[in-house]
Structures are given as structure tokens and as C-alpha cells.
Design a protein around this ligand. Structure first.
Ligand SMILES: Cc1ncc(COP(=O)(O)O)c(C=O)c1O
Length: 439
């Protein structure tokens, strides 16, 4: 498998044509810590890139190179770059004001839209990022149950707060060292001992966690499709099992739909899989690229926020710019009977099958998991079922693949996850599959 993608040649060629990004990255480091605004962006090979514009499915870097973009800003750009309906909504709101720290009609409009499309949503509340809204959900679960702990799964990501950034991507050595105890992702983290860790798709590990800590567990939180560690779907009946065990234990079930929300379907993973949680968190695609997050829940689950017993605050919460973008995004996705979803699912399938075919022709061992608009290429023999299975992925080979594709004008995330938007076309998919064939 050595050199199958001619990565060294591609890297040399790319370094020449994208030199402007490297110059800027070096310059940025003198004033911006680490040269990036979010630590995970450092993972891009050969260096973090600088962009100047995006339109539809394409993004252009500072050297004028255009790429078909399958990163979609790590998920939010469900309608592609700078979509017309969102542009118009923003332009008209810009002239009226940016934020008021007070009530306005868009709050009613967007909360009604959300309660009409999300199965668990009888009430919603807003914040600005996925990290924040997950904390609101956990606080609510603690307040409703009077319990301190929460159960999370290894490999699942729920933002960068101390409490949840545990057992996210533990190495084999860390798993060996910590066993089932929470593994902090970086130094300086505290309060992470409230997490009880279980294995995704493994009923026995969840039952064992409840047997050991059941009376202390306020909620189970999960990505209903494990997008942050390989787009691993729940096994048949697993979400139903979580619904059942939380109910019988008096704990809440929280779906973290920050990725799956408005991506798998208008009603998120809960609509797609037909299992309704007590609470669900949304961000990323909800506002098509503007900073907005929301929590949705049953009337009963949201009562402590409605009554003010649980504090939920934030200066920019529900600001009119983000909500104008959300209204435009959701209405566009819902138009024409939700035809955008049929299209994203079809193109996603064509893309994954086409790439898989080309890779197999080259002798690359590959399997694909996920669903339509978000999927993952794994360079390993069998599709992972739980986080630990993903450790078999040939990361070095995948990094060569992503590097070679970048030189071919295809931008994909470094970890193997691919996002498809409503702006991608048959032509984009064909060009991408051809590029994989050429490597
Ligand atoms: C499932 C999930 N939850 C929470 C978050 C945190 O969201 P944010 O980056 O907006 O804080 C992310 C971010 O990638 C996510 O994927």
C-alpha cells in the first residue's frame, strides 16, 4: 500500500500552488495562538489553508485555487456556501439591526418552525454554539432528576466543555490505562468525573453502567448516529433500548443532534430512526452557517427552563441575524416536500459508491458507513460498530488520500468524514469520483 496515492508528489505540487496559505499561517502564529481559531483545524495536511470566498459547492483559497468542498465548514453549510435565500434574509435583517438583547418576531417564527418539524420539540430555547447548548441540556437533566452524573459513550463528541470532553478519541494506550474511567482529552480539565462511560452499540456496557451508577445517572447523552468517530449508525433496536432503559431508570434521554439535525432529515436523527428523546440539541446546519444552537424538548422536560428554575442565559441568544438565517435555511430545506433531502441522499450514495469502487480497483481496503449527506470512508477491513473498532483505520494511508485529493481540487476533512450539501451537483460527484480514479 506504500505510495498508492503518490502523496509526496501531490504534496509538492500543492505546496507550490497554495503557497499563500502557508505564508499567512506562519504570519498568523505571531499574533493568533497556534495560527488557527479552533484547535482541530491544525489537523489539515500539509498546513491549515486560507480561503477568501465560497459559492454553492465550491470554495476558493487565497491563491485563487477552487475546490469542490465536502467539509462544509465541518457541517453547517447544508445549503452550500452563501446560498441566496440566506443571503437575502441576512441582507434585509442587517439593515434593521444586529442584536437587541430583547424579544422579536423571529424568535416566535423560528421556535414555531422547530416545534413543527422536530418530533421531541414542544418547546425550544436558543444559544450560540453546540458546546453551550449541550451544557444547558445537562444542567436541565440534573435539575429535573436531582442527580449529578451522566452517561456518555466513548468516541462521542459533545463540545469542548471540561465536563463532556472525555473519552472522545482515546488511544489504545489510554484505553489500556484508564479502562472504563473517563479519559480527559487535554490538560487543565476538571469536573469530568461526572461522566460514566459506556460503549456505543453495546447493550451490556450500558446495563453494567446503570447497574453500577443507576441512581446517580441524570441522563444518557449520545450522538444518535456516531458522526464524530466514523459515522457509525445505531444497531437495530439500540436507540429503542436507550429509550427504554432511561425511562425505567428515571433518567432523561438526550440526543445530541448538532451534526445529525437538519442533515439526516428535517426532523433530524429522531425522525430518521423513529425514536423520540426527552431533549435534543441542535447547532451547525440549523442556521446554514450562522452561529446558532437550540435545544428542543417535551413540555415536561423543558418546564424548569420555562419556569426559570433552571438558569438559561446569554447576551447573544436568539439574535435576529442568526434567527433570520435559520428561518431561511429551514424553509428552503422544507420546500418542495423536502426534495433537498432526496437529492442529498442520492448524491451521497453515488459519491460513496463511486469512490469505494475506484479505491477498491487500486487495491485499497475500504468500507463506508453513515447515511446520505454524512458518511465516512474507513481504510480498514470491516465496518466499525463501536469506537474501538475505528482504531483499525489506516490513518496514514487516509492522510495520503486526502492530501492527493486536495491537489486534485477536492477538499475533504482529515478524519475521513464527508459532508454533502443541497448545492452539490451530479457534475461535482462525477468529477470527484474521476479524481479518485486518477490518483
Ligand atoms: C455532536 C456534536 N455536539 C456538540 C458539538 C459542539 O458544537 P460547537 O462546535 O458548535 O460548540 C459538536 C461540534 O462538532 C458536535 O459534533
Amino acid at each position: 500500500m506504500v505510495n498508492v496515492f503518490n502523496a509526496a508528489r501531490h504534496e509538492e505540487s500543492f505546496r507550490k500552488k497554495a503557497a499563500g496559505s502557508l505564508t499567512r499561517f506562519e504570519e498568523a502564529k505571531a499574533s493568533l495562538a497556534g495560527g488557527v481559531s479552533s484547535g482541530l483545524r491544525r489537523a489539515q495536511r500539509p498546513f491549515p489553508m486560507y480561503f477568501e470566498s465560497g459559492s454553492g459547492s465550491k470554495i476558493r483559497d487565497v491563491d485563487g485555487n477552487a475546490y469542490i468542498d465536502y467539509t462544509l465548514a465541518w457541517g453547517p453549510l447544508i445549503l452550500g456556501h452563501a446560498p441566496e435565500p440566506v443571503n437575502q434574509a441576512l441582507a434585509s435583517q442587517l439593515l434593521k439591526g444586529h442584536t437587541w438583547g430583547a424579544q422579536h418576531d423571529l424568535e416566535i417564527e423560528v421556535s414555531r418552525l422547530l416545534t413543527s418539524v422536530i418530533p421531541c420539540a414542544s418547546r425550544v430555547c436558543f444559544a450560540n454554539s453546540g458546546t453551550e447548548i449541550v451544557q444547558v441540556a445537562l444542567r436541565l437533566a440534573r435539575a429535573s432528576t436531582g442527580r449529578a452524573k451522566f452517561l456518555k459513550f466513548e468516541g462521542h463528541y459533545h463540545g469542548w466543555d471540561d465536563s463532556v470532553l472525555v473519552s472522545y478519541h482515546p488511544s489504545a494506550a489510554e484505553i489500556e490505562r484508564y479502562g472504563d474511567a473517563p479519559v480527559p482529552a487535554g490538560s487543565g480539565q476538571r469536573a469530568h468525573q461526572d461522566a460514566v462511560i459506556a460503549q456505543w452499540n453495546d447493550r451490556a456496557s450500558v446495563e453494567a453502567a446503570f447497574a453500577a451508577h443507576g441512581s446517580e445517572i441524570s441522563c444518557v447523552i449520545c450522538e444518535p448516529m456516531l458522526c464524530n468517530s466514523g459515522c457509525i449508525e445505531p444497531l437495530q433496536g439500540f436507540l429503542e433500548f436507550l429509550r427504554e432503559i432511561t425511562r425505567s431508570n428515571g433518567s432523561l434521554l438526550i440526543f445530541d443532534e448538532v451534526i445529525t439535525g437538519f442533515r439526516l432529515s428535517l426532523g433530524g436523527a429522531q425522525e430518521h430512526y423513529g425514536v423520540t428523546p426527552d431533549l435534543a440539541t441542535f447547532a451547525k446546519a440549523i442556521a446554514g452557517g450562522l452561529p446558532l444552537s437550540a435545544m428542543a424538548g417535551t413540555e415536561e422536560a423543558m418546564e424548569p427552563i420555562a419556569s426559570g428554575r433552571v438558569v438559561h442565559a446569554g447576551t447573544l441568544n436568539g439574535n435576529p441575524l442568526a434567527l433570520a438565517a435559520a428561518a431561511a435555511t429551514i424553509r428552503t430545506l422544507a420546500a418542495d416536500g423536502g426534495s433537498a433531502y432526496a437529492r442529498m441522499w442520492r448524491l451521497g450514495l453515488e459519491l460513496r459508491e463511486g469512490m469505494q469502487y475506484q479505491l477498491k480497483r487500486k487495491g485499497v481496503v475500504v468500507c463506508v458507513t453513515g447515511g446520505g449527506p454524512v458518511f465516512q470512508l474507513h481504510f480498514q477491513k470491516s465496518a466499525p460498530v463501536t469506537y474501538r473498532d475505528t482504531l483499525a483505520h489506516d490513518r496514514a494511508l487516509y492522510s495520503d488520500f486526502a492530501m492527493a485529493l486536495l491537489d486534485e481540487g477536492i477538499l475533504a476533512l482529515p478524519d475521513g468524514r464527508w459532508y454533502v450539501s443541497a448545492a452539490h451537483t451530479e457534475d461535482d460527484v462525477r468529477k470527484t469520483i474521476d479524481a479518485v480514479g486518477r490518483l
